[in-house]
Every structure is written in C-alpha cells, then in structure tokens.
Design a protein around this ligand. Structure first.
Ligand code: PPE
Length: 304
C-alpha cells in the first residue's frame, strides 16, 4: 500500500513539504545501508496525540548512532522536540513516526568519518502491521532459513537500515511460502526474534522472551509488555528458546511498535492455541496503556 502523504516532513532542522523531502541518488546511506532509524507510534488521546515512549526511542536512535560512530548533529532533546513538532504538523490524531539519521550526499566509499549526517522525521498513518485480525485470528509463522545477524557481523542492538536486509530476506521468504511472518534463529539455532517484532512464548505457565544476546533488538514494546505481564501477575523470564519450544508452546505472541501485540496461530504448521488467555489480557492492557487510558502507564505516553 502506498504511504499516505502528510503535510510536512522534518529535515535537518525545518519542516518541509512532503513532496520536497528528497535526497540525491548518491546519498551515502542509499548505497551502503549506513543509516539508523526508529519506528514510533503516536496514539489518539483526549489531550491530543501521545507519543509512546518517545524518549526511549530517541535514546535508542542515539545509541544506534554511537555504535556506528555516527556523530549526531542534534541533541536527544532537540530530536524529541522535533518529533513532537512533526507529529503536530500532521494534524493527525494518531500516526506512525519514522526518525532516520543517515549519511547524506557528498562522499562515497566505506569510510563514513568524513560524511555529513542528515536527520529526517516523517509521520504517516500506518494500520495493523500483521493484518487486522492479528490479535484474534493470529499469524502463521515460518522459521526462516535465514540466520539472524551475529554480534560481530551486524550489531543487532543498532537499528541500522542495513540490518534490515536480513529481515527483508526472511519476510519475503515467509510470504512466498504462504506464511505471514518469519521467525529468525541465531547461529546457535536458538530463537532470536521475527523480522520486525520480538517474540514471547508461554510454556509451563510463564512467559519467556529471548535476550539481546540472542541477536534480537532490545524492543521497547518487549519491555513494556514484560512490565504489563508482570503487573497482571504473569511470570516473565528472559531466556533461551529452542525451535521445539515454539512447536509445543501454550501460546505465542509477537510485539513491536508497528505490530503492537499480535498472536501466533501456528509455527511451521504446528498449531498453537490462539488467542491464548495471556496474550488476550496483555494485548488488551497494551492497547489501553498506549492510549493513556491507564494511569499506571501514563508516564509512557508523551503528549505531542
Ligand atoms: N525486532 C525488530 C527486528 C524490529 O524491527 C522491531 C521493530 C522490533 C523487534 C520491536 O521493537 P520495538 O518497536 O522497539 O518494540 N520494528 C519496527 C520497524 C517495522 C518496519 O517494518 O519498518 C517497528 O515496529 O516500528
């Protein structure tokens, strides 16, 4: 589906018209995947759009940049303010927000040190990422034949544009094979995450989610959902998950900014009970928390 345009995009300090937010074809990051980005959602509230865990997302953007040795030309506070300004400029009650920092036009070659860093923030309406029935009917998962990045090849903690070649390979493979989404294993054969979500598995009454060391992104939704689950009285541990744990799980859900909380109905054609009671309770609470309907999580919602 084409991206629905909004009035303005923030580029290097100012709001420009959507159609004018252009880059040169020799933009460094277009050639080498050397950008860092975030995906954030702003939700409708009675007090206008609230941006879910904005500060944590912008801090992760700066951490991604640090891993790349990319010198951000703005402070965290400036990018937080710019994000709010961009969200307000859309006039939308809710939207998806995409900040990106990239090496712009001017230099070629793999040495990024002389490259100029450009920053942009765009917003648009992005609906249910894994389909409208993702919570109730669940998604069909396939273990990918593609291995998740190793720490010494592409650092998974950095949300770099280049990292997503791995995710795109797995996503297309899953779709072509008739599934909705791919689950990535790491080189040790353990479950890492999905192409654009973290994963939680319920076995023996508790929830398990893989650690950063598995090759997964340290998800902000993952940490929000873990807090919600514990507050609901569900035990949550961070630990190893084997492929066979998925096949015999009591329930599985995946989560991310775009996907929110989506239940899994099968993995490699082994049925998983769906939607499970834990998934339902967590998805319902998450949906209220992001809309600032629950006082205990209101500090996560930063008004634009
Ligand atoms: N793992 C991966 C690989 C990933 O891309 C995401 C977010 C997550 C985990 C969950 O992270 P968090 O959003 O902090 O809970 N994926 C973003 C990009 C999706 C896209 O297609 O682009 C997102 O959900 O915004």
């Amino acid at each position: 589906m084409p991206i629905p345009a909004t009035p303005k995009i923030w580029m290097n300090g100012k709001l420009v018209d959507w159609a004018d937010a252009q880059v040169h074809v020799l933009t460094h990051t277009l050639h080498y995947g050397t950008g860092v980005f975030e995906g954030i959602r702003a939700y409708e509230t009675a007090n206008g759009p609230a941006i879910f865990r904005l500060t944590e997302h912008i801090e992760r953007l700066f951490n991604s940049a640090k891993i790349l040795m990319m010198d951000m030309p703005y402070t965290v506070e400036e990018i937080i303010d710019a994000t709010k300004e961009t969200v307000r400029s859309t006039g939308l009650p809710s939207c998806y927000v995409r900040p990106i920092a990239y090496y712009g036009y001017g230099e070629m070659g793999l040495n990024t040190l002389p490259c100029k860093v450009d920053v942009a923030i765009a917003c648009w309406t992005w609906g249910a990422y894994l389909g409208d029935d993702a919570v109730t009917k669940g998604v069909r998962m396939k273990i990918s034949s593609w291995t998740r990045h190793d720490h010494n090849t592409m650092p998974p903690a950095a949300k770099t544009t280049g990292n997503y070649v791995n995710s795109s390979l797995a996503k297309v493979e899953a779709l072509k094979a008739g599934y909705d989404e791919g689950i990535m294993l790491n080189r040790a054969g353990l479950v890492s995450e999905c192409t654009g979500e973290n994963i939680f598995v319920s076995r023996g009454g508790k929830l398990i989610t893989p650690p950063l060391s598995s090759g997964a992104l340290e998800g902000i939704t993952q940490s929000s959902v873990a807090t919600i689950a514990r507050d609901l009285g569900i035990e949550v541990t961070v630990g190893d998950i084997a492929r066979s744990d998925l096949y015999i799980a009591d329930e599985i859900f995946v989560c991310g900014t775009a996907a929110e909380v989506s239940s899994v109905n099968s993995v490699d054609d082994r049925a998983v009970p769906c939607p499970g009671p834990k998934t339902k309770a967590i998805a319902e609470t998450y949906a209220k928390a992001v809309r600032r309907e629950l006082p205990e999580y209101a500090h996560w919602c930063e008004l634009a």
